[in-house]
Write a protein that binds this ligand. Structure first.
Ligand SMILES: *Cc1c(COP(=O)(O)O)cnc(C)c1O
Length: 397
């Protein structure tokens, strides 16, 4: 399983490289360079240094006693990616790719962003290494996430609005791919999740797999046994595969990925690809997509911008079909109550994305024995969402 993808970048029937010819040289160069640094001790030592001293790794594996008691079942641990510098797991990937860009002597970084979190992580890593950074963002998202737009500008990045299509993440990715095609000699494109053409889904998984490697050691030290369940939210799928990967070969460890159920599956207003989608090709990869009968991409909806995308990482599609990972969803309402619950019971305000994972823990834990263990990935902190939640509740700040 850990040998995947194959040499064509395929996870079973999924993944691959569905791109125009003009993008092939860039992807082949990236694939070759990544294969080198993967085995390069100097590169790995540099990466480890920045993850420790700049990002703050290892993040803690926190035993949530009050949440455990409240739910009355399995013992719950939280993997605290919210404690990473910039407030989420995305920085793990951004640092890895910026180091790689410098190896390739590319001094210009581009990225796309929806909620702004990946843009902030990329602008941060670029600033730290003194690289030029341009972030593409749909103009609709720029309005919704004005604070993150300003944050990226503070970090020295240029934020470029994309006024095409639905003016959201999908359109920003297309624009970033166009830029990359034109400027590939000087520019590296940092994708934010385990999406896009090979080698991105593999490479980003590898950069995020540190989450699960740490969690595995930490739970063995704390409990002397592996967890019964891992739970994580699934947008593109990077924080979840990051946690799950180190446990894939432990058949007794069950894994649950939680997608955005939005206003409910029947409403059509959601981003639950495994509940309402089917395989197709989008932005370079073959995977489960939300599309209509003509293959047109559906508009998605979630209270949480980071889960609001029509495609899911191709590796997830394979594990879904194999039944290795179970995929479920949490609705906006369920995520909002989990958001409140974690704040009040544990003093942790989670990102709305991560609140989807907590919502699943709320359903799961009471059904399990007290001797059983759950690790939930707290992919990010909720500071970025406080204003939105207040507004949704009609609270004036
Ligand atoms: C971006 C984001 C996500 C969703 O992305 P994945 O690639 O699925 O991890 C989840 N949580 C937080 C806090 C995010 O910023």
């Amino acid at each position: 399983m850990s040998m995947l993808p194959d040499s064509h970048g395929r996870f079973g029937p999924y993944g691959g490289r569905y791109v125009p010819e003009t993008l092939m040289p860039a992807l082949l160069e990236l694939e070759a360079e990544y294969a080198k640094v993967k085995k390069d001790r100097r590169f790995q030592a540099d990466l480890a240094y920045y993850l420790k001293q700049y990002v703050g790794r290892p993040t803690s594996l926190y035993r949530a006693d009050r949440l455990t008691k409240k739910l009355g079942g399995a013992k719950i641990y939280l993997k605290r990616e919210d404690l990473c510098h910039t407030g989420a797991h995305k920085i793990n990937n951004a640092i890895g790719q910026v180091l790689l860009a410098m190896r390739m002597k590319k001094r210009r970084i581009i990225a796309e962003t929806g909620a702004g979190q990946h843009g902030v992580a990329t602008a941060t890593a670029a600033a730290m290494f003194g690289l030029e950074c341009e972030v593409y963002m749909g103009t609709e998202d720029m309005q919704r996430q004005a604070l993150n737009v300003y944050r990226m500008r503070l970090l020295g990045a240029t934020v470029t609005g994309v006024d095409a299509g639905s003016r959201t993440l999908k359109d920003a990715i297309s624009e970033a791919m166009r830029d990359w095609t034109t400027n590939v000699r000087t520019t590296h494109y940092i994708l934010g999740s385990v999406l896009g053409a090979h080698p991105y889904p593999m490479m980003i998984r590898d950069f995020q797999a540190i989450i699960g490697k740490e969690a595995r050691k930490q739970i063995l030290a704390a409990e002397g046994k592996l967890p019964n369940y891992l739970v994580a939210c699934v947008g593109g799928g990077s924080n979840s595969i990051g946690l799950f990967h180190a446990f894939l070969r432990d058949p007794k460890v069950k894994m649950i990925g939680v997608e955005a159920g939005g206003s409910g599956i029947v409403s059509g207003k959601h981003a639950a690809r495994f509940s309402g989608g089917k395989p197709g090709v989008l932005q370079g990869t073959m995977t489960y997509l939300l599309q209509d009968e003509n293959g047109q991409i559906n508009l998605t909806h979630s209270v949480s911008a980071g889960l609001d995308y029509a495609a899911v990482g191709p590796e997830h599609s394979l594990y879904h079909d194999q039944g290795r990972i179970e995929y479920t969803y949490a609705t906006d309402t369920e995520a909002m109550s989990a958001f409140d619950l974690l704040a009040r019971e544990e003093g942790i305000v989670p990102a709305l994305e991560s609140a989807h994972a907590i919502a699943e823990v709320v359903k799961l834990a009471p059904k399990l024995k007290k001797s059983q263990l759950i690790i939930a990935n707290l992919s990010g902190r909720g500071d970025k969402d406080v204003q939105q939640v207040a507004k949704m509740r009609g609270v004036e700040l």
